[in-house]
Write a protein that binds this ligand. Structure first.
Ligand code: TRP
Length: 332
């Protein structure tokens, strides 16, 4: 594509296809990715191999989830005319490169990765080799494209740090090959779930991009707020109250937000009024996305076609990097 227009470099980023996308994905990553498509050559990865690191006992939902994620991505403004979509498992070069990177990575280094430690604690599981090497596969995802920039959520930064270490180590041992990619965070702070825990598809606390305006309003009206406030005349707390976090992100009327916050602190506005306006603001915010989504779900095969087409476009590229790496590591 227009080489000059994409002079800022190359992006590789992606999601694990774990189910339909929610508004946390939208403001946490997707809007930022969509905005970068003119300035960077973008590769958007459906990391289906990574799903199996924890969910290998439930293979039945992966294909539907891939289709759902692709529809939501395109609805959010990721654009096949300006970006390339990649299905990880269809390019086993990613896994082959990860195997080779595994030679340069110690087990103790991987045992220190925070996401790994958290997963073992949370899931209480006996970790598999696949889970331990999760970030090595992610490093291969990034470096096989020789990407310079990786826009991700905060939890992913330790994986980018490992990617940089692997790139440096490889370059030192075998000669300059990979750029050291930078991680890039969004300005939007992480959006809490409607119950004020972390927003997560499996916690039942997310608002999905596919939810109708009615479903969205219902979820907002039953949202967690200041639990200490019983009557609308009680002074309320705005900080750490997800209703106000959402207003800050979705309500373009900043004067109204300030007025609500002031009256909330003084006990001069009810939760119902604040939530009702939030539901209206959020539904207005999502209207253009929903219109695109309604078109896309008429023909979900089209979203998968876009994914297949991008994958084939990426194939010669990943083959070339793998060949180069094998040669440098003394293989034929
Ligand atoms: N680990 C990422 C997540 O859970 C998904 C992912 C896989 C990824 N490979 C990647 C993100 C490469 C950025 C770059 O969200």
């Amino acid at each position: 594509m227009m080489a000059a227009a994409k002079a800022k470099g190359r992006i590789l980023t992606g999601h694990r296809p774990t189910g339909p996308r929610h508004i946390g994905h939208l403001v946490g990553t997707l809007e930022q990715w969509a905005a970068m498509q003119d300035d960077y050559e973008c590769f958007f990865l459906i990391a289906d191999l990574h799903v199996l690191t924890t969910d290998y006992e439930h293979p039945g939902s992966i294909q539907q989830n891939i289709s759902d994620v692709m529809v939501d991505w395109l609805a959010a403004g990721l654009d096949p005319k300006r970006a390339t979509f990649v299905r990880q498992s269809a390019l086993m070069e990613h896994a082959q490169l990860a195997l080779l990177f595994g030679m340069l990575t110690t087990v103790s280094r991987l045992e220190r990765v925070p996401t790994y430690k958290e997963q073992i604690q949370q899931l209480g599981l006996n970790p598999s080799l696949g889970l331990l090497t999760y970030p090595v596969l992610q490093s291969a995802d990034i470096l096989i494209y020789k990407a310079n920039l990786v826009p991700v959520g905060e939890d992913q930064l330790p994986h980018i740090e490992l990617t940089r270490e692997i790139a440096r180590r490889f370059n030192t041992l075998y000669g300059e090959t990979f750029p050291e990619p930078e991680g890039l965070l969004t300005k939007t702070p992480r959006l809490p779930g409607t119950d004020n825990r972390m927003m997560h598809s499996s916690y039942g606390n997310s608002i999905r991009l596919g939810d109708t305006p009615e479903e969205t309003a219902k979820k907002i009206m039953s949202m967690y707020t200041d639990p200490k406030r019983i009557h609308a005349t009680d002074p309320g707390t705005v900080e750490g109250n997800p209703v106000f976090d959402y207003h800050d992100v979705f309500n373009p009327n900043k004067d109204e937000i300030e007025d609500f916050k002031k009256r909330y602190r003084e006990g001069k506005v009810g939760d119902v009024e604040v939530k009702r306006r939030l539901a209206e603001a959020l539904n207005a915010y999502l209207t253009p996305l929903r219109a695109r989504r309604a078109e896309l779900i008429k023909n979900p095969k089209e979203a998968l076609r876009v994914l297949d087409e991008g994958t084939e476009k990426a194939r010669p590229l990943v083959q070339a990097t793998l060949k180069e790496v094998m040669g440098k590591m003394g293989l034929k």
